[in-house]
Design a binder for this molecule. Structure first.
Ligand SMILES: [Mg+2]
Length: 347
């Protein structure tokens, strides 16, 4: 298995609390099994700067001395307790190569008996405008483009957010609306705020209160007329099991990078489904390799597939390969053997 660092210019600067980034760095993994090639991606959290050569060395150490031809290759990788985002790259490349060798797409090869990969996966539209009129314009445009679900970023500015969401609901009367509070609401008033939003028919609110207090989230859910989803709190399998046991969520936001790759993400989707909890699959800021990986994973969520957070390729000025297109609000799942993406100028 080989690793290649990438550094890609962004079309839109990525802003965060401590500055802004004009490029995106991560690494790709590539493995060849009897001529069948698989690719995978490691993308760091967007605010984390990456030393490409150090990450390549770290990834190479994880697979050092292991034989990708071995059927238990991934178990051997896991025994070394790799960083989950590096595991995601390794597992995606290996599972894609194995799928390609069988002549199957990644999703078909990961389907259990009784599961079938969907042909298309719906993608949500994102509304971040702070101004209510601008937010309504964005919502109207996204709905016209075919997005049936709109995700609205919220903050602790309670009155302003109610005005924005009211304007968005007027502009897109048939849309499924989700809110994302990114931990900004205080547990003391979160439940009251959720009741204020109920008239706008909201699907769910992502991470209303800070992560790390499962009992508090369960209490908010119990008092809420709107569904509750965990994102920042859905850190890893242990945290997710705790959320499910406490009946703290109606939905989980899953990022394959954070969870360690396709197989681990699918295991969580199946675990959640058994308890009636649906999963929304989203990307970090990832290249076409990462977006396509997440697309395969989402195609195996039972119907209806919750609209996914895959509209991130537009942030890139350049990509390693053409990313899946969003047409009428959906992405088409590749059916060719393997991942269905061939990065250029690598390997
Ligand atoms: Mg979120």
């Amino acid at each position: 298995m080989e690793f290649f660092p990438y550094s890609l210019p962004l079309r839109v600067p990525y802003r965060w609390a401590k500055g802004e980034q004009l490029e995106r760095r991560g690494l790709l993994a590539r493995v060849d099994l009897d001529g069948a090639v698989g690719w995978g991606e490691m993308a760091p959290p967007p605010h984390e700067d990456v030393d490409g050569s150090a990450r390549v060395a770290e990834a190479a150490a994880v697979v050092d001395g292991l034989d990708p031809q071995a059927g238990d290759f991934l178990e051997q990788v896991d025994a070394r307790e790799p960083y989950m985002r590096i595991r995601c790259a390794i597992a995606t490349a290996w599972l894609s190569a194995r799928a390609a060798r069988e002549g199957k797409s990644l999703s078909s090869s990961l389907a259990l008996d009784g599961e079938a990969a969907a042909e298309v996966v719906p993608v949500n539209g994102l509304v971040t405008d702070g101004d209510a009129d601008a937010a309504a314009d964005t919502a109207r445009r996204l709905a016209a483009e075919g997005h049936r679900t709109l995700k609205i970023k919220c903050s602790a500015a309670r009155a302003e957010d109610l005005v924005r969401v009211a304007a968005i609901r007027d502009a897109a009367p048939d849309a499924i609306l989700r809110l994302d509070a990114n931990e900004a609401w205080h547990p003391d008033w979160a439940a009251a705020h959720l009741k204020d939003f109920a008239e706008f028919s909201i699907d769910y609110v992502e991470q209303p209160i800070p992560a790390g207090n499962t009992a508090a989230l369960a209490a908010v859910r119990k008092a809420s007329p709107i569904g509750i989803a965990a994102d920042e709190a859905a850190l890893d399998e242990t945290a997710i099991r705790e959320l499910l046991t406490a009946q703290a969520v109606d939905a989980l936001i899953l990022k394959p990078q954070r969870l360690g790759g396709p197989d681990k993400t699918l295991a969580i989707i199946r675990l959640a489904a058994a308890q009636g909890v649906r999963c929304t699959i989203t990307n970090s800021l990832e290249t076409a390799v990462g977006v396509t990986t997440a697309l395969h994973i989402a195609s195996l969520h039972g119907q209806p597939i919750p609209d996914c957070g895959f509209g991130t390729s537009r942030f890139f000025a350049e990509d390693v390969a053409p990313p899946p297109a969003i047409v009428d609000g959906v992405m088409t799942v590749p059916t060719v053997p393997g991942l269905g993406v061939e990065p250029k100028n690598f390997g």
